[in-house]
Design a binder for this molecule. Structure first.
Ligand code: NAD
Ligand code: 0WE
Length: 256
């Protein structure tokens, strides 16, 4: 088990800083011997990401705004030149306009809806379509989702719709790519205080209430998510595809 990621080439999209879920996953995969590549969306994120990648001896730091087909093409061209083949992808990217996470859902704009679904859902399809061409020996593609896809969580709004589309995309990609032994799965994580959670109104209260109500009586950590991510990126999950696994301390199973 501890050996099973040695030398595996894994692309990680979505490290913004050391609190990012993607960084928790990267740190664990690195410790298990995986070879990693990272992407950043803009110069501000690049500045945070470079020292983190360097801290684990990684030189593969490449630009990619997932809203751009040209940047996606360049990313996989460069990755092909550096690595030739690819074993895994961690897609840990989401975005909606801030105002769409605040105003009533019925007031979501056409453009806000488009942007949220483009960045947070279509991007997985765009990445998988390119990654599969480098996965001639099979592979594993993993994305991050949230309970707001299944329940109407206050303020999650258009992101919930985007996550529903993301989870459906996981199933269709799994059906499409399964014959090439490429598996596609999602982890539905409980709330974690990351950059993407900063500025969300009442997030502290949400965390406190979550820790009180979840069966494990605590909040989820990036290490919890990284443990399940390791399972998905390794052969331990060899027979599993198209799944959404809840890493949420049991929160989603309780009712009043
Ligand atoms: P984060 O802010 O650290 O990561 C989000 C990443 O998305 C950032 O690195 C950001 O640069 C990237 N991104 C945004 N727009 C992009 C674009 N156009 N192109 C490329 N990258 C872009 O926050 P996080 O909480 O680690 O989020 C990672 C994933 O986990 C997201 O999909 C999020 O929905 C999901 N998730 C988060 C939580 C939580 O409570 N934090 C819970 C469940 C699921
Ligand atoms: O997926 C997310 C958050 C994604 C996100 C966050 C932001 C904040 C900054 C997407 N777009 C933006 N745009 C910004 O401008 N999570 C799962 C974390 C999250 O966000 C919430 C949550 C939880 C949990 C919003 C409302 C309620 C709960």
């Amino acid at each position: 088990m501890l050996d099973s990621l040695k030398g595996k080439k894994i692309l990680i999209l979505g490290v913004a800083n050391e609190k990012s879920i993607a960084w928790g996953i990267a740190d664990t995969l690195h410790k298990l011997g995986a070879e990693l590549a990272f992407t950043y969306v803009n110069a501000a994120i690049e500045k945070r990401l470079r020292p983190l990648a360097e801290s684990i001896g990684c030189q593969n730091v490449l630009p990619c705004d997932v809203q751009s087909d040209a940047e996606l093409d360049r990313l996989f061209e460069e990755l092909g030149a550096r690595w030739g083949s690819l074993d895994g992808v961690v897609h840990s990217v989401a975005f909606a306009e801030r105002e769409d996470l605040q105003k009533p859902f019925s007031q979501t704009s056409r453009e806000g809806f488009r942007v949220a679904l483009d960045v947070s859902a279509y991007s997985l399809v765009a990445v998988a379509g390119r990654a599969q061409k480098m996965m001639s020996a099979g592979g594993s593609i993993l994305t991050l989702t949230y309970l707001g896809s299944q329940r109407a969580v206050p303020n999650y709004n258009v992101m919930g719709v985007a996550k529903a589309a993301l989870e459906a995309s996981v199933r269709y990609l799994a059906a499409d790519l399964g014959s090439q032994n490429i598996r596609v799965n999602a982890i539905s994580a409980g709330p974690i205080k990351t950059l993407a959670a900063s500025g969300i109104p009442h997030f502290r209260e949400l965390l406190a209430s979550f820790a009180e109500k979840s069966p494990l009586r605590r909040n989820v950590t990036t290490e919890d998510v990284a443990n399940t991510a390791t399972y998905y990126l390794s052969s331990l999950s060899s027979g599993v595809t198209g799944e959404v696994t809840y890493v949420d301390c049991g929160f989603s199973i309780v009712g009043l």
